[in-house]
Structure formats: structure tokens, C-alpha cells
Design a protein around this ligand. Structure first.
Ligand SMILES: [Zn+2]
Ligand SMILES: [Zn+2]
Length: 318
């Protein structure tokens, strides 16, 4: 949208006829950001792109800095992506998840910078969240823990972020404010319904403890009174210590854990080893950091519902 005032209607039509303008509201590859006739939003990774598309509807052109299938943590962005960021109308990102995106946004002159982390509350989490951790707890030892960025997996926090993004879009692109308001309200309602489904679906289970590969589900666990035991910490690339593996194996017996969860974008090797040593099943719990063909659903809501089902099976719904 940057260049809209500079280009005559004829030029826009000509560009469209040549296929130069991108007229779709869906994400495309990041090379094509900026300077469309829409409100151009660069989103850092899938959960941000999903919000931008749902709230922006037909008025936005969304590009994602993280490609489907790419692990978003510690993503390095290219010079081309940094340039595309300059030309966009808004950047929607989540501080602390991707330092190279944080730097690029901070250095860019993009007019509207929306940090999702500033629109909700973040907590420090270690590799155990809820349950035992809560008992002796200032939220796990400071050494092992950091500010947990995985807010989108808690439908309540994700709805808070959606509200803030809606307001930021209204301010940045006032011509379409009414539509942004309507779309935001619809999305927030849907997230409220999802929250109710999780509350009801996880109210009565045989065990409250689940094991995951990386510590992405801390906010979700706390929201529904569960305990997340993660093999790794907040970063999926880290490796567990031998002591942590022994501790997990002991704990799975004591707490009646049935399943070790792994995820679609990172290696399942450690999860499988622990599961086979402790005679447990494995299943997928998806942190929805990206949607690929392997995902159990084509968008946030579908994959969250698949997650709910997997949790119900693993925890033993009564
Ligand atoms: Zn917490
Ligand atoms: Zn993560």
C-alpha cells in the first residue's frame, strides 16, 4: 500500500494485467512483500500470519518470514526479507522468539510495528510447568527458565493478542477499521469457543501430566490445570541431560503417564528413545509453529482440536 498514492489507476491496472501485482489475501513467499495495493503485513511466523489474515481479510496482503516447515526458533532472515520488511506497512512479530527478526524490525523504518508479546502477559517457564513445579515454585529455577514465548497455544492469551492486533490494524489502516473490528470480534469469539472446548474436554482425566519434546505447552498446561514435563527446554534444538532423562523416566511411572509427545518440525529421536525405554506410546502434540502437509489440520483451529484429542487420549478422559 505504500506506493498507492504514487501510482495512477492505469498503472495499477497495467501491473495487474501483467501479473505483477499480488491480489490475493493469502500468504505468499516473502520475496513479494510490500508495495501491493493492499495493507502489507509482514508476519514473523505462522501464528502471527494467521492473525493477520483472519483480522485483515481481503484488505491485507500477508507474507511470512518463516516458510512452512521451517523451525521458527532462531531463524536467520535474509537481506531480501529485510528489504521486503522496509517496504511493508506493518510488521507483526513476537519478541524473544526470533532474535534476528527482532533486530530487523527494530532497525527498519516500517511505520507500524506490532509486538504480540506486548499485547498479553508472558511468564518465565522452565522444562516443568504446572503441578509439582507450581508447588515449589517461583516458576522453576531461574537458571533453566526464560521468558516463554509460546503464548499462541493458550487460546485466552491468543485472543488477547488478536484484540491488540485488531486495534493496531484499525489505527494503521483507518479506511477499513470497521471490517477489522468485525473480523477481530469473530476471531475472538471462535477462540473463546475453543477455550471452552479445552476446559470441558480436559476437566476429568486419569492423569494431569503430559510429556513433550520442547517446552511449548506451558501456558496451555497452566490454563487447564495440567503439568507439562518437557524433555528439552523452550528451545527445540537443545538436548536433555542424562539426569533429566532419568528424572523423566521415574516421573512417568509415578504420575501414570502413557504417552511421550513429539512434534512435526523437530527430530523425534529423543522422544522415541525415552518412550521405548519406559514402555510408553508416542503421539504428536503440535506447537503450531508452522503448518505443513504433516500437520493434523490446515489451520490453527484444526490443529488445536487435534491437540485436544491427543491430550484426551494420553491423559485418559473419564
Ligand atoms: Zn506460568
Ligand atoms: Zn517453540
Amino acid at each position: 500500500m505504500n506506493a498507492r498514492r504514487l501510482i495512477s489507476g492505469t498503472a495499477v491496472a497495467a501491473a495487474a494485467a501483467l501479473g505483477l501485482g499480488s491480489l490475493s489475501a493469502c500468504s505468499s513467499d516473502s520475496a513479494a512483500a510490500g508495495n501491493t495495493d493492499k495493507f502489507d503485513v509482514v508476519a514473523s511466523f505462522y501464528p502471527m500470519a494467521f492473525l493477520a489474515e483472519r483480522i485483515g481479510g481481503d484488505h491485507v496482503h500477508v507474507t511470512s518470514l518463516t516458510q512452512p516447515g521451517q523451525e521458527p526458533h532462531d531463524l536467520e532472515i535474509s537481506a531480501r526479507q529485510t528489504a521486503a520488511l522496509q517496504e511493508s506497512d506493518a510488521a507483526l512479530y513476537l519478541k524473544n522468539l526470533q532474535p534476528s527478526v527482532d533486530d530487523a524490525v527494530a532497525q527498519s523504518e516500517v511505520k507500524t510495528k506490532i509486538d504480540a508479546a506486548s499485547l498479553t502477559t508472558l511468564e518465565k517457564h522452565g522444562n516443568e510447568v504446572g503441578g509439582h513445579a507450581a508447588e515449589h515454585d517461583d516458576h522453576a529455577d531461574e537458571e533453566l527458565s526464560g521468558l516463554d514465548p509460546h503464548i499462541w497455544l493458550d487460546p485466552v492469551r491468543y485472543a488477547q493478542v488478536a484484540e491488540g492486533v485488531g486495534k493496531a490494524f484499525e489505527k494503521a489502516d483507518p479506511a477499513h477499521a470497521a471490517d477489522y473490528k468485525t473480523n477481530t470480534a469473530a476471531l475472538v469469539k471462535q477462540l473463546g469457543d475453543l477455550n471452552t472446548e479445552f476446559e470441558k474436554g480436559l476437566a476429568h482425566t486419569r492423569t494431569r501430566v503430559f510429556v513433550t519434546t520442547h517446552a511449548a505447552f506451558g501456558y496451555l498446561a497452566e490454563r487447564y490445570g495440567l503439568t507439562e514435563e518437557a524433555i528439552n527446554g523452550l528451545d527445540p534444538e537443545s538436548e536433555p541431560s542424562a539426569a533429566r532423562v532419568r528424572e523423566l523416566e521415574k516421573m512417568t511411572k509415578a504420575d501414570g503417564v502413557t504417552t511421550v509427545f513429539y512434534e512435526t518440525l523437530v527430530s523425534d529421536k529423543t522422544a522415541r528413545t525415552i518412550a521405548s525405554d519406559a514402555h510408553l506410546r508416542t503421539d504428536v502434540l503440535d506447537p503450531i509453529e508452522g503448518i505443513t502437509k504433516k500437520s493434523r489440520g490446515t489451520d490453527y483451529f484444526a490443529v488445536q482440536r487435534a491437540n485436544l484429542k491427543a491430550l484426551q487420549t494420553a491423559l485418559g478422559t473419564k
